[in-house]
Design a protein around this ligand. Structure first.
Ligand code: CP
Ligand code: NVA
Length: 325
């Protein structure tokens, strides 16, 4: 069955390790996996890191990235998400999409699964379309490609992550959700400090429980950061929440990573941020620019992580073509 990655736990723990191993392999190790085939990169929201890293990952695998603006295809405006997905599946080896609503990814993956399962439609077959992998490039719910790069980064900095402590300060949002799952999958402890009303919900805690996560949820950033091996944060106002910015700025006041939090963390603790950052809000300029900051390493690792994920999905792990046999 063709595999989709809408969040990091669509992979098993073993598969996650396979993806990370491919991500850590030299860029040329994948050969010409795609042989010139296309990969659609659909964006309903802006991006600096994700678009460039995905485009170059496709090129590194021998493929042809096609950037598709959300406003151009008009998902559920010009035509349905299902029709967009089935159309793109006629041309592309995979569909990667950054969407406003996570449900759009669920519908797109269901549509290509229902499309007949043929890798490429034959000339006399006008009904089915190909079942191709759908990859989440960020939704309101999850950011798995970021979490893969974060694991690569943490391993480079800390070595074996089992039993290490990651402290996330801020909004329990899309980035947090994938990161928390990824941390659980490699045996990291995770502490989260959020203001009241912005903590993980019961569904998140249940999902983490199923992964055997070691999680602590709190509301005191210093307490959560104390002794942590790495500190992580993300913006207080995510894309699509701009109307709440003033409210959120007030609610999250005191939940930024600054010298005080860094002093509470373990000696030499690393600071991570998915970027883009708002200096003076969720992270101080001093910490972001300090030698403890790993944010540019994280940004660089987005390319390696994406190459590893697409290499796995379209190569050994993705089940592409199985349905056709
Ligand atoms: N971290 C991240 O996904 O960055 P972009 O929104 O710039 O792609
Ligand atoms: N939580 C942020 C992440 C950006 C990469 C957002 O969704 O805007």
């Amino acid at each position: 069955m063709t595999r989709h990655v809408l969040d990091v736990d669509d992979l098993s723990c073993g598969e996650l390790e396979e993806v990370l191993a491919l991500a850590a392999a030299p860029a040329g190790a994948h050969g010409d996996l795609l042989g010139g085939r296309g990969v659609a990169l659909v964006f309903e929201k802006p991006s600096a890191r994700t678009r460039s890293s995905a485009e170059l990952a496709v090129v590194a695998l021998g493929g042809h990235p096609v950037y598709v603006q959300g406003t151009e295809v008009g998902i559920d405006v010009r035509e349905t998400a299902e029709d967009v997905a089935r159309t793109l599946a006629c041309y592309h080896a995979a569909i990667c999409a950054r969407v406003l609503d996570h449900e759009t990814l669920v519908r797109m993956s269901a549509a290509v699964d229902a499309g007949g399962g043929r890798r490429w439609p034959g000339p006399d077959d006008g009904i089915g379309t190909a079942a191709v992998p759908v990859v989440n490039l960020l939704s309101d719910a999850a950011h798995p490609c970021q979490a893969l790069a974060d694991l690569l980064t943490l391993r480079q900095l800390l070595g074996d992550l089992g039993g290490r402590t990651l402290c996330y300060v801020g909004d329990a949002n899309n980035v947090w959700r994938s990161l928390a799952k990824a941390a659980a999958m490699v045996g990291m402890r995770m502490r989260t400090a959020s203001p009241e009303g912005y903590s993980p919900g019961p569904e998140d805690l249940a999902a983490l429980g199923r992964l055997g996560a070691d999680v602590e949820i709190g509301h005191d950033p210093v307490e959560s950061a104390t002794g942590a091996d790495a500190l992580y944060t993300d913006v207080w106002t995510s894309m699509g929440q701009e109307e709440e910015a003033t409210l959120r700025r007030a609610a999250f006041d005191g939940f930024g990573i600054d010298d005080r939090l860094l002093a509470a963390a373990a000696p030499g603790a690393a600071v991570l941020h998915c970027l883009p950052a708002r200096r003076g809000e969720e992270i101080s300029a001093e910490v972001l620019e300090s030698p403890r900051s790993a944010v540019w390493r994280q940004a660089a690792n987005r390319l390696h992580a994406m190459r590893g994920l697409l290499g796995w999905l379209l190569g050994a792990g993705g089940g592409v073509g199985e349905a056709a046999s």
